[in-house]
Ligand binder design. Structure first.
Ligand code: 5GP
Length: 208
């Protein structure tokens, strides 16, 4: 059997306010998987409940731009006036160890991942209705009216990119959505293109 098989990169994406982080947390609380979460870097201010190194690595604009110049991101995007990006070194390290790595990012970054790592699985989370998304954005109370309006406009643009993804998962219920993502990951592992090499290795094992 091949030992150092490269891990799977799973991108959870979709419009702001759709509940990506709640779904991701539900996914990580489930049993029977070995997923690793890639903590992003951002220039936005931490929210009251957030901690550095757990929710995000919080840095200033100069630091972020220095890292862009040094090609330190797998992907990055400007989202309603702030930078967000995936540090490349950690993701590569985990994938080289054969781990399954989950990114939770907006659409522009997800499409950058598609072109840099075509083997990544792109999952688009959608709300059951658009109204559900607007209500969610308003009720979480983390943005002022100006920021909220910008996020709603951005969400409407992001909706139109769903066709570029491999899978669409409706977040009608957070646990159902997490279940579906786990089912997708399992099915991806069984895909012939991913598993044929291990299978051929088994056939070649010499038991004489
Ligand atoms: P928030 O400010 O609500 O935490 O995040 C705003 C948006 O940025 C969300 O859609 C979130 O998924 C996305 N985001 C978080 N981390 C990253 C990242 O590393 N790269 C990109 N492109 N988007 C990210």
């Amino acid at each position: 059997m091949k030992l150092n098989k490269k891990g799977l990169l799973v991108v959870i994406s979709g419009p702001s306010g759709v509940g990506k982080s709640t779904v991701r947390q539900a996914l990580f609380s489930m049993k029977g998987h070995k997923l690793s979460y890639s903590v992003s870097m951002t220039t936005r201010e931490p929210r009251e409940t957030e901690s550095n190194g757990i929710d995000y690595y919080f840095v200033n604009q100069d630091e972020f731009k220095r890292r862009i110049a040094e090609d330190m991101f797998l992907e990055y995007a400007e989202f309603v006036g702030q930078y967000y990006g995936t540090p490349l070194d950690k993701v590569e390290e985990l994938l080289d160890q054969g781990r399954e790595v989950v990114l939770e990012i907006e659409t522009e970054g997800a499409l950058q991942v598609r072109s840099k790592m075509p083997e990544a699985i792109l999952i688009f989370i959608v709300p059951p209705t658009k109204d559900a998304l607007y209500q969610r954005l308003r009720s979480r109370g983390t943005e002022d009216d100006y920021q909220l309006e910008k996020r709603i406009l951005k969400a409407n643009k992001e909706f139109k990119l769903a066709h570029k993804y491999d899978y669409i998962v409706v977040n009608d219920d957070v646990h159902n959505a997490a279940d579906r993502i786990l089912a997708i990951i399992r099915a991806e592992h069984a895909k012939t293109s991913r598993s044929i090499h291990s299978y051929l290795d088994i056939l070649e094992e010499d038991h004489a």
